[in-house]
Write a protein that binds this ligand. Structure first.
Ligand code: ADP
Length: 170
């Protein structure tokens, strides 16, 4: 099957696909931003499953069911908090994308959507985060059978324009 990358501007919780990625925090017990939206939409059974997992280190990823979402799975990953740029932030963001994609590959997930990890409250520079997300994803889908379709979900205009420019230009 032909691999593809798509860009949409929407609420990630509304997507009817195999898996969505959550930009979670280390506790996996919910939070603000996209994490809060996903927990609200998935319902309380998600929190119960997350409690059993017992947390997730930065850069790692864990999978749960999607519960009330249309998506069958949620892959929870923890992006880095941007500090000075010299504290491994870029390495950790790369790991968050790679580990999420690896879990998708293991579970034979065909279609997956990513939010713009770390670019909200965690303060990662949006341009740099988008370059990392696209570069890692392109390389991963070329080498692996799954996922076959990756959707980058931008919630704000600034991120949408950044992704659009990168995806168009190369
Ligand atoms: P982080 O703590 O990783 O920065 P945030 O949730 O604060 O996580 O922000 C990550 C990105 O998710 C931001 O670009 C934000 O605009 C976006 N976002 C917030 N709510 C949603 C949503 N419902 N669907 C998709 N993206 C969202």
């Amino acid at each position: 099957m032909q691999k593809s990358i798509e860009l949409v501007k929407t609420d990630i919780t509304t997507l009817d696909i195999d898996a969505i990625v959550n930009a979670a925090n280390q506790s996996l017990l919910g939070g603000g931003g996209v994490d809060g939206a996903i927990h609200r939409a998935a319902g309380p059974d998600l929190l119960a499953e997350c409690k059993k997992i017992g947390g997730c280190p930065t850069g790692e990823a864990k999978i749960t069911k999607g519960y009330n979402l249309k998506a069958k799975y949620i892959i929870h990953t923890v992006g880095p908090i941007w500090k000075s740029g010299t504290e491994n932030e870029t390495v950790l963001l790369r790991k968050a994308y790679t580990n999420s994609l690896s879990i998708a590959n293991e579970h034979r997930i065909k279609t997956i959507a990513f939010p713009n990890i770390s670019t909200g409250v965690y303060g990662f520079p949006k341009q740099l985060a988008a370059e990392i997300a696209i570069k890692i994803t392109r390389a991963f889908i070329e080498k692996n059978k799954y996922p076959q379709k990756v959707i980058f979900v931008c919630f704000d205009e600034e991120n949408y324009n950044i992704y659009n420019a990168i995806l168009k230009n190369n």
